[in-house]
Design a protein. Structure first.
Lengths: 402, 290
């Protein structure tokens, strides 16, 4: 009752204050001159390195507005800080939805944070688009039709590793080292997708808790089990430990590392640059430091954008190429909407993207979606550590279709 | 069989880490009869201080001893400034202060030094892996350091007047004061020593687990299990307990309960010891007349 009365009062106050406007709006968050889009990000706290994504996105919307907006409307991008704390994400999301009355939510950051609002946005039927997290749970159109991710999920990534591994070593004995939570278990699921009934015979599992001091025991177990390949779904600190320990005990498996734990500064250097030679991982973005992209038209477009709209941005930070990719996807969806920005139509367009190229993604990696398949990016290219840098090799590989 | 031997050796190597931190826990217990929950975070902060000095180009051993000295001062200052006012308050108040310290020191460390993983250098380098790579030169070296600290602690408490005075101050403050011991300063000294030992532990642990603000979070639990297993009032017992927990945890994880329940083994040890033999394997049963 209270909610109803409040809504009524607000509505009355609104109509009194703006008597000259056209009759009641058809779509929430959309007027004749404006589209309001909401987001949350870790603008402070331990995960605040990601805050530049919001900065990049705001700059992209500024560029669109300078060019006349979308269907004659200016984009009003409202991003709040949640400090990477799920309760605050819920609080700020409610503020966006109930007070700011945004049309939809876009690119909120983090797995635990988005989990906290997953039910809320789906109950209220608010488009929850292109989240900045790689968990597989966002691609579940049957139970959560209003939520869609963007980047390749950890599960897709694991499928790609398993496919490549089977090609190279059809009779492999695979060790799978994973953190015992949603993140790590996505790797188990991805490998199971590819191996199917052979999973139990071919794979030896070893989990660890995020609080474990070391993972030495797990590595020793996997080696003792006779594994000749190793897939790791672990966070950077343990990734550095694993690379070093595998090298030190003289074990030489074909080793794959999750692409969230392959940063040169925080993983490869602490582990020892030489110890990681031959390590495999994957990416879907163009690495701006790679000379191969010096004259690439897509990356030129990105550099030009950075120069004009984010002049103080750190060009080496790949969160900006990420922001450019996800922002381009969002703009494509808005263009597809035509003149109908109702929540239903925004969601319909977001889940009907024909395969398209994006300036900052690797050639062959497409952005696409279908009502039954919410995995927006499904392809990646493998890369190998040569002791100094990551080297791409082979073609683009697509995850299993499950 | 090969696998078993490897698990034991790897367990001893990890146990060395727990032993170093167990020793710091016992130290503060000896001096104050409390277990400081912020011990791990304070040690991490000390390790970051050492890291900044080494990054600034100061030689390792200079930074090592300077960090010990700085940590001693910080530890003593914490006692003087934070623990002193609540000296006569109930135990729960102390626990509250410890938890507050844990949060404040932990977050301050993250705020000052950032959350990215950092490499911490080791003074014990070797090119060749020892024992098939299961033990690094660093792990041998750090075990030696732990044992050296242990003997220093033993000598200090057993054979110096100051050590005796500290034990007296912790055991029976009132009587100690009556025979002329400055109990307040003894407590501050105990905190300082515990922080110094914690700093040594942190600097020995960091090259293995890599340095970040949450480095000690998991270790402290295992170290606590080790300290209880060996006897919370017995430094050598705590070191043996630390090694034992490292080996037990590995064997149980690899052959008995599986890796998912490895952490539970540490908790089971804590509860088991408290229920069956609260004084630990090597602890003395203390009786006091009321």
């Amino acid at each position: 009752m209270r909610l109803n009365r409040r809504a009524l009062l607000l509505g009355t106050a609104g109509s009194l204050a703006l008597p000259q406007l056209a009759p009641a709006q058809e779509a929430p968050g959309v007027t004749a001159t404006e589209i309001r889009i909401g987001s949350t990000n870790a603008l402070s706290g331990p995960a605040s390195a990601y805050s530049v994504i919001t900065k990049g996105l705001a700059a992209m919307f500024r560029r669109v507005n300078d060019q006349g907006g979308i269907a004659g409307r200016q984009i009003n991008f409202i991003a709040y800080d949640d400090g990477y704390q799920p309760p605050r994400t819920l609080e700020q999301t409610r503020r966006l939805v109930e007070q700011d009355r945004v049309a939809f939510l876009f690119n909120q950051l983090g797995t635990p944070t988005n989990s906290a609002i997953h039910r809320y946005v789906n109950q209220r039927k608010i488009p929850h688009l292109f989240l900045a997290t790689g968990a597989d749970k966002w691609a579940n159109p049957r139970e959560y039709p209003w939520t869609i991710g963007w980047q390749p999920s950890y599960r897709t990534e694991a499928q790609i590793y398993a496919k490549y591994l089977l090609e190279q070593k059809p009779n492999t004995k695979l060790g799978l080292l994973y953190q015992n939570d949603d993140f790590g278990k996505d790797y188990v699921n991805g490998v199971r997708d590819v191996l199917g009934p052979r999973f139990d015979a071919m794979v030896k599992l070893a989990s660890h808790e995020a609080t474990d001091p070391t993972i030495d025991s797990q590595i020793v177990s996997l080696q003792a089990a006779g594994c000749d390949a190793l897939i790791c779904g672990i966070i950077p600190r343990f990734a550095a430990q694993a690379i070093r320990r595998v090298f030190d005990i003289g074990w030489k498996p074909m080793m794959f590392m999750t692409n969230v734990s392959v940063s040169v500064g925080t993983v490869m250097q602490p582990a020892g640059l030489e110890k990681g030679v031959g390590l495999l991982t994957s990416d879907y973005r163009k690495d701006q430091s790679d000379p191969a992209w010096a004259d690439d038209p897509g990356m030129k477009e990105w550099r030009d954008f950075m120069r004009r709209y984010v002049p103080d941005g750190e060009l080496g930070d790949n969160n900006y190429t990420y922001a450019y990719g996800v922002g381009s996807t969002m703009l494509q969806v808005l263009k597809q909407c035509g003149n109908d920005f109702s929540r239903e139509n925004v969601m319909r367009q977001a889940t009907n993207i024909a395969p398209m190229d994006i300036a900052t993604l690797l050639p062959g990696v497409k952005v696409q979606s279908q009502p039954r398949n919410y995995n927006v990016i499904r392809q990646m290219q493998l890369q190998r550590w040569n002791g100094r840098a990551w080297e791409r090799f082979g073609g683009v590989i697509e995850g299993a279709n499950v | 069989m090969d696998g078993l031997a490897h698990q034991i050796v790897a367990g001893i190597a990890t146990g060395g880490i727990y032993a170093a931190v167990s020793l710091a826990l016992v130290m503060i217990y000896q001096a104050t009869h409390h277990v400081n929950f912020a011990q791990g975070e304070m040690a991490t902060l000390s390790t970051f201080i050492a890291w900044s000095m080494i990054e600034a180009g100061i030689p390792y051993w200079v930074a090592f001893f300077a960090t010990i000295a700085i940590s001693f001062v910080i530890g003593a200052a914490v006692e003087r400034l934070l623990m002193r006012p609540v000296q006569n308050a109930p135990v729960l108040t102390h626990v509250g202060v410890f938890i507050g310290l844990l949060l404040i020191v932990g977050n301050a460390t993250g705020w000052i030094f950032g959350y990215t993983t950092k490499l911490f250098p080791t003074p014990f380098e070797s090119d060749k892996p020892l024992l098939g790579g299961l033990v690094s030169a660093h792990e041998l070296g750090s075990t030696a350091v732990t044992l050296a600290v242990l003997s220093l602690v033993y000598l200090f408490f057993r054979h110096t007047r100051l050590g005796l005075a500290m034990r007296a101050a912790a055991y029976n403050p009132r009587s100690a004061r009556l025979v002329g011991i400055r109990v307040g300063w003894m407590l501050a000294l105990g905190w300082g020593l515990a922080a110094a030992i914690g700093a040594v532990a942190g600097m020995m642990v960091a090259p293995v687990v890599f340095l970040d603000p949450t480095m000690m979070l998991g270790i402290l639990l295992y170290a606590f299990a080790g300290a209880l297993l060996g006897g919370i009032d017995n430094p050598s017992g705590a070191v043996i307990g630390g090694f034992a927990v490292g080996v037990l945890e590995n064997l149980a994880g690899a052959y008995v309960v599986g890796t998912e329940l490895k952490l539970t083994v540490a908790l089971a040890i804590i509860i088991g010891v408290l229920v069956v033999k609260p004084s630990g394997l090597f602890g003395r049963v203390v009786m006091s007349r009321v």
